[in-house]
Write a protein that binds this ligand. Structure first.
Ligand code: ZN
Length: 480
């Protein structure tokens, strides 16, 4: 049987506006519980919401970045359900007419491009947060629950994709590009671990082109758990189909520690939200001039920048995607390119050793102790054969730790490679004179003798001989 995996994503991004969606409360993270609340976001009777203009502008901007059409007239709806973290017992969201819809975002995979349709991007408000205390098991495994409404009413953009993704890998790449797009637009903090960016997925496996049964996965809090959860679920469904089992349409919860998904609720238990238009808010009718003004404010987006990095600098898809995944990282790279060094070499150093150092020290690229000019210096030292690639790794580490320039480090430590032919030639002469047997072997064409002689040259120069030049000299002296 021919299986095909079909994945669609539903992403929630908290917008980083100063105030909440329908009141003037602060959106700051980490305040004392319930300190950022008022009668509106606490759902007191008789209060009136007022829509946050910045949140609408941010959502339109996101829609434009995702090639969506901006709906000329959209409305807010009430989504009714009871849950302790929802003081009003309804969430103000959008239903049949979202703010923007019918978009497209393309991702570059290894050797092909995947076009991913964007069904809609709409605007809604976040819920509060339940904190479960104790372990008696009376409620959600706890003794009791406390409610913090600081998050209630924070604007959320919901992005829904078409079921166009075909593998967990594609889903992860899409999510990374979307995260980068939100970051470039500067409209969200995009922290998956803190919950300001959340992703649910619908996944099914079709058999010989026949539609499969759709399963929704929740609780994936990192890029890694997104691909792990989808890989697990893809295998679970294929295995069940192989066994002749029937899959049920349900919502499943990803358990990151156990590495499995388990059922949360089936379709029969699905909520009926009784949507109806929010009577306290006017429809949104963005005028054309405002939309065009927002369009004019779109920066170069990561998808475009990726393409440009491939074409202009000759970078591979993988490295271009990595460097453009964060705006500051891409900026760092382009500042290093201004030093005139080879872009591919610079990109390799950034994506390899420098990235590892940043990660280990938990330092963002904005605070990188090595200036892009310093990286240019390092690549120049290697290109001019003043230091070897191996030495360069140590120099980079020291530059990173001390903030000193690579050139200064190399000069102070006397690390300069011996690339002076006269100086190296006399060392080679000594080595040949001290090792007549090995020299004789190489004359007779025994190649392994070269390795031995090179080792002796390196020993004498304490590793500072330019290896290419040294081996050329040995050969030249022994062939004539
Ligand atoms: Zn409020």
């Amino acid at each position: 049987m021919a299986y095909e995996t079909i994945i669609g994503l539903e992403i929630h991004a908290e917008l980083n506006t100063e105030s909440k969606m329908f009141c003037g409360c602060s959106t700051a993270f980490g305040g004392a519980p319930n300190s950022n609340t008022c009668p509106i976001c606490l759902g007191h009777p008789g209060v009136l919401p007022v829509a946050n203009e910045q949140a609408i502008a941010d959502t339109i901007l996101l829609g434009l970045a995702l090639n969506c059409e901006i709906t000329p007239r959209s409305v807010f709806h009430r989504k009714n359900y009871f849950y302790p973290d929802m003081p009003k017992n309804f969430q103000i969201s959008q239903y049949d007419i979202p703010l923007t819809r019918s978009g497209l975002l393309e991702i570059e995979m290894d050797g092909y491009t995947r076009r991913v349709g964007i069904t809609r991007v709409h605007l809604e408000e976040d819920t509060g947060k339940s904190i479960h205390i104790g372990e008696s098991g009376r409620i959600h495994g706890a003794d009791f629950s406390l409610e913090d409404f600081n998050r209630a009413g924070i604007p959320l953009a919901e992005i829904v994709t078409e079921p166009d993704l075909r593998s967990p890998d594609e889903a992860r790449t899409f999510m990374q590009l979307l995260r980068a797009t939100l970051e470039y637009l500067e409209i969200s903090d995009c922290k998956m671990e803190e919950g300001s960016l959340r992703c649910d997925a619908n996944i099914s496996v079709s058999v010989d082109g026949e539609m499969g049964t759709k399963v929704e996965i929740k609780n994936m809090n990192s890029f890694r758990s997104l691909s792990r959860a989808l890989t697990y679920e893809e295998e679970r469904q294929r295995f069940a189909l192989d066994q002749g089992e029937t899959l049920v349409q349900e919502t499943r919860h990803w358990d990151d520690a156990a590495g499995i998904t388990h059922p949360l609720r089936s379709k029969e238990e699905a909520f009926d939200y009784r949507y109806f238009p929010e009577p306290d808010l006017v429809p949104i009718e963005p005028d054309q001039a405002w939309v065009e003004d927002l369009r004019g404010r779109l920066p170069e987006l990561p998808a475009e920048r990726q393409r440009r990095f491939r074409e202009q600098y000759g970078l591979s898809s993988e490295i271009a995607a990595m460097l453009t995944g964060e705006k500051a990282l891409a900026d760092y790279f382009e500042r290093a390119v201004e030093t005139g060094q080879h872009p591919v070499e610079l990109a390799k150093w950034i994506a390899g050793d420098l990235f590892a150092l940043l990660k280990e020290a938990v330092v963002p690229i904005q605070a990188c102790p090595l200036h892009p000019r310093g990286l240019g210096e390092l690549v120049a030292l290697v290109a001019q054969k003043i230091i070897s690639g191996k030495m360069a790794k140590d120099v980079l580490k020291e530059a990173f730790d001390t903030g000193k320039g690579p050139k200064e480090i190399v000069e102070k430590k006397g690390l300069l490679q011996i690339a002076d032919e006269g100086e190296l030639a006399s060392v080679v002469d000594e080595v040949i004179a001290d090792n007549p047997d090995a020299a004789g072997d190489l004359r007779e064409g025994k190649e392994q003798a070269l390795k031995f002689l090179m080792g002796q040259v390196m020993k004498k120069t304490r590793g500072k001989a330019n290896p290419e030049m040294a081996s050329d000299l040995i050969r030249k002296k022994l062939s004539g």
